[in-house]
Design a protein around this ligand. Structure first.
Ligand code: ADP
Ligand code: MG
Length: 223
């Protein structure tokens, strides 16, 4: 089985003066291509830390990270930026949309990093917004949309460039129960239609129950 992401003995510690606090200790996992994987565990267990390392937004203290069987060099920030641009999309708990831009402009924005014409960007953004069922809301700004709709815009933004992996950190935590279920079902549906891998950090039962694999992150060891 080919893995999209393979972690080998990943550890992460924070240092405060002389005191070292281990957040992740020797974590190993192979995420299969096209996975719908949930990182579950209580608050403070290191889910966001691990997700940020996989998204190359943070670096491990030690361990090996392979993306498509190639080792990621965390000391080379240009390669990390390039890796995120080419392979990854991100979804956050608080949507992180730009309030003064329309839904369409929010989805288009990260596409400006790619070598595309404005017409191509617009077409990709419209396709992504259609795939999350928001073609009728494209010209609305985030403040004119419900939380569930805003998260759908954020999902469209994450998938518009057809990344290989989408990382979602507590994507339902700001939503009510009905919208949380709609959002997780939408992500699952996009996963099966597009084959994009989804790796989701969550402690929400509704999300965890939908995982094709559930990876339990251990509770933090108290010093
Ligand atoms: P989760 O997402 O599961 O709630 P986090 O990955 O956010 O957990 O945090 C895991 C632990 O690491 C927490 O105890 C947190 O306080 C600690 N931590 C996270 N980021 C930092 C940081 N930049 N400096 C020091 N400690 C941190
Ligand atoms: Mg977290």
């Amino acid at each position: 089985m080919n893995s999209v992401i393979h972690l080998e003995n990943i550890s992460k510690s924070y240092f405060s003066g002389e005191v070292e606090t281990a957040v992740i200790s020797n974590f190993s996992w192979k995420f299969p291509k096209g996975c719908f994987s949930i990182l579950a565990g209580p608050s403070g267990s290191g889910k966001s830390t691990l997700l940020n390392i996989m998204g190359t937004l943070d670096s491990p203290t030690s361990g090996k990270y392979l993306l498509n069987q190639k080792v990621i060099d965390f000391s080379n920030s240009n390669i990390l930026t390039q890796t995120r641009k080419e392979h990854f999309g991100f979804i956050f708990q608080s949507f992180n949309l730009i309030p003064v831009l329309s839904a369409l402009e929010n989805v288009e924005l990260p596409l400006t990093l790619l070598d595309l014409t404005s017409a191509q960007r617009r077409e990709m953004a419209i396709i992504a917004l259609k795939s999350v069922g928001l073609e009728h809301r494209m010209n609305n700004r985030p403040g004119q949309m419900s939380g569930g709709e805003q998260q759908r815009v954020a999902i469209a933004r994450a998938i518009a460039r057809k990344p290989e992996v989408v990382f979602a950190d507590e994507p339902t935590a700001s939503l009510d129960k009905v919208n949380a279920i709609k959002i997780i079902e939408l992500m699952k549906n996009l996963n099966s239609i597009t084959g994009i891998s989804f790796i989701i950090a969550s402690h929400d039962e509704k999300v965890i129950n939908e995982g094709n694999e559930i990876i339990l992150i251990g509770e933090k060891q108290e010093a």
